[in-house]
Write a protein that binds this ligand. Structure first.
Ligand code: ADP
Ligand code: 3PG
Ligand code: MG
Length: 398
């Protein structure tokens, strides 16, 4: 059971230094933040603590730098956070994440102020879960809060090693919300439960599929993932992306859960991703051609399952095609719209995966038209697979 920040008396936060591990690993283009969903999702926690008089110290990673690299600095994120929070609260940035300078900056903070530390991964000790580095992090604050669900599958100093050194460690609102929604899907989805799986990374999705296949009433497979399933059924897939390594797993899944798994019956094909020769084909994909999107008939069959049934639960991870290219975006755009329809009809709808969020935006479906958009990519799939989440486990460890 997670203890969350609102479980602690307000007075306990007053004047205290609170270290919040956030996941501000967002897209930064030419020095400014181009996608700020993860930042916005932590605002309830940051503002809650700030209003209760805490000195709010935010720590995050950005990307996978090798040592300090200017292009991986969190400074643009501090700027974006300041803009979102507005003038009422001060957001400062410090170009280090541990050590004397940071201590001095925290010392200067007033109650309610917010300080963002520089990228934790500028120190290799972060990912190594190093004890000395963990102690340096822990020395910065009185209370630890984890609001970085999307990094909680990492056993790093800021998500694990340092956490154990705090007496008071709590979950933030976003972490708690993610765990709530994803636990519902994992343990007790409202029926009928429809799973929509696409994208390319079958390997990363197998764990989640293993856990969810028995619970789902319908599983719709699209994207590149579909061709491995079609191949396993002996259908000609031309030059489409096939994951040969997982063909045995897919064959087995089809023999156990075949009656609930739906596969594309027609495809938008082309000889290359440029799409100039794109055409629609039913059934087998001719030799030399590649499937890049689900076809119109499949869109109709899938949309009917997602949007027209219910109210139940729908979880969608992975685009239905190479949606980045206009010729192949139709399937994904229609599934996103069906998700919105399912939501309006009362279903619980959840979206996970970085590319899926992009795709949803491209379809013009807003965050408010989905019950929950997970901030996690890998973390969401690991959680759904039932894997241990070191960042969450650490909140309950001494
Ligand atoms: P997510 O990030 O949502 O978990 P993935 O990373 O698994 O999704 O996959 C997303 C990628 O899959 C997108 O870049 C998309 O273009 C690609 N994709 C989807 N369908 C196909 C396809 N038929 N052929 C090639 N790439 C595809
Ligand atoms: C993510 O974007 O999935 C998280 O921020 C974790 O990043 P990582 O895969 O580099 O650990
Ligand atoms: Mg992806």
């Amino acid at each position: 059971m997670l203890q969350i920040i609102s479980d602690l008396e307000d007075s306990q936060f007053n004047g205290k230094r609170v270290l919040v591990r956030v996941d501000f690993n967002v897209s930064v283009l030419n020095g400014s933040v181009s996608e700020d969903y993860r930042i916005r999702m932590t605002l309830p926690t940051i503002e809650y603590l700030s209003k209760r008089g805490s000195k709010v110290v935010l720590a995050s990673h950005l990307g996978r730098p090798e040592g300090p690299q200017h292009s991986y600095s969190l400074e643009p994120v501090a700027k974006r956070l300041s803009e979102i929070i507005g003038k009422k609260t001060k957001v400062r940035f410090v170009n280090q994440c541990v050590g004397e300078t940071v201590h001095n900056e925290i010392e200067k903070m007033n109650k309610g102020d917010i300080l963002l530390l520089e990228n934790l991964r500028f120190h290799k000790e972060e990912e190594a879960n190093d004890l000395i580095f963990s102690k340096q992090i822990a020395s910065l604050a009185d209370i630890y809060v984890n609001d970085a669900f999307s990094t909680s599958h990492r056993r790093h100093a800021s998500t694990h090693g340092a956490v154990k050194l705090f007496d008071i460690k709590l979950a933030g609102f976003n972490l708690n919300k993610e765990v709530g929604y994803l636990s519902m899907i994992k343990e007790n989805p409202i029926k009928p439960f429809t799973l929509v799986i696409g994208g390319v990374k079958i390997k990363d999705k197998i764990g989640a599929l293993e856990n969810l296949l028995p619970k789902a009433d319908r599983v719709l497979i699209g994207g590149a993932a579909a061709y491995t399933f079609l191949k396993a059924k002996g259908i000609n897939t031309g030059n489409s992306v096939i994951n040969f390594e997982h063909l045995p797993w897919v064959t087995n899944a089809l023999s156990t859960f075949g009656d609930k798994i739906m596969l594309p019956s027609d495809h938008v094909i082309a000889s290359s991703p440029k799409g100039y020769s794109a055409s629609l084909v039913k059934g087998d994909i001719p030799d030399g051609m590649i499937g890049f999107d689900i076809g119109n008939e499949t869109v109709e069959r899938y949309s009917a399952e997602v949007g027209a049934k219910g109210p139940g639960t729908v979880f969608w991870n992975g685009p239905m095609g190479l949606f980045e290219i206009g010729f192949f975006a139709n399937g994904t755009i229609n599934i996103a719209k069906s998700m919105a329809l399912a939501f309006w009809r009362g279903s619980k709808t959840l979206i996970g995966g970085g590319d899926t969020l992009e795709a949803m935006k491209k379809a013009g479906v807003s965050e408010g038209e989905v019950s929950h958009v997970s901030t996690g990519g890998g973390a969401t799939l690991r959680f759904l697979a039932g894997d241990e989440m070191p960042g969450i486990v650490a909140l309950n460890e001494k």
